[in-house]
Ligand binder design. Structure first.
Ligand SMILES: [Zn+2]
Length: 259
């Protein structure tokens, strides 16, 4: 088993997530790879938790279509994506104060902290990752993940899984959308045409690209907008601004034309 694990690339590790027992051993390897960049797990599997830290790896992902709920805070939003009895949290707000809104989104959608299998961070900025440890303390079965190039910028109480363009987890596709930060990622559900774009775009008084004052590489950020537009999404979920569920492709085309 161990020999097999060593033959797998990081990408294969992620592709295999949630698809069977083999991923248990594989994930252990992936977590070890991140050990230098992340603090060791704190409290994982503690006697008080009463649950294994990563049981999500032993059960299949439900085939139910993805539904979503917004957890909106003062300035930034996180999202809960649900598939049947399982859930993913995308971004975690700027502090532990975000936990209440995320919990509300989960329960409103019929889920619970126990349902959360992954916490995906779109990027390393504090207003998106500040609530991470508070979320992980409650979502004891969740594995946190972030784009590899942003990994060193995130502090986490559990090892972070590095994500790359084209990776799949929870039946979702990771889209590399760098520019806002080097490791910025978006989360795409091809079946429903949903894309969680983090800060690759904002919807504040209309759709626009990554906010210039917070953008590491403007050229890259513009290219990432084009990448998302090519997906022809029906729904865009933003870190900043209201979700876009109508006329999305047309508004994206207009944005691309203005870049
Ligand atoms: Zn940001």
């Amino acid at each position: 088993m161990k020999g097999t694990v060593h033959l797998l690339s990081r990408r294969q590790v992620l592709v295999d997530l949630g698809r069977g027992a083999i991923a248990v051993a594989v994930l252990g390897s992936a977590a070890a790879c991140t050990g230098e960049d992340s603090p060791p797990p704190a409290g994982a599997g503690s006697p008080t938790s009463g649950t294994s830290p990563v049981p999500s790896m032993t059960e299949p992902v439900p085939e139910d279509p993805v539904t979503w709920k917004r957890a909106g805070f003062a300035d930034v939003s996180a999202y809960v994506l649900l598939r049947g009895s399982q859930a993913v949290v995308v971004d975690t707000g700027e502090s532990e104060d975000a936990v209440g809104e995320i919990e509300k989104a989960l329960t409103t959608a019929g889920g619970s902290w126990d349902a959360v299998r992954h916490v995906i961070l779109t990027h390393q900025h504090p207003d998106h990752v500040g609530g991470l440890d508070a979320v992980l303390a409650r979502a004891t079965r969740a594995v946190p993940a972030v784009g590899e190039a942003d990994l060193s910028g995130v502090l986490s109480s559990r090892p972070l899984t590095p994500l790359h363009d084209g990776d799949e987890l929870f039946g979702l596709r990771i889209i590399g959308t760098p520019g806002h930060t080097p490791g910025h990622i978006s989360v795409h559900d091809p079946d429903t045409g949903l894309v969680v774009v983090g800060d690759a775009m904002v919807n504040l008084g209309g759709l626009s690209g990554s906010m210039p004052q917070y953008t590491a590489d403007p050229e890259q950020a513009a290219a990432s907008v084009r990448v998302v537009a090519k997906l022809r999404p029906r729904t865009l979920l933003f870190g900043h601004g209201d979700p876009m569920t109508r006329g999305t492709a047309k508004q994206l085309d207009q944005l691309v034309a203005s870049l």
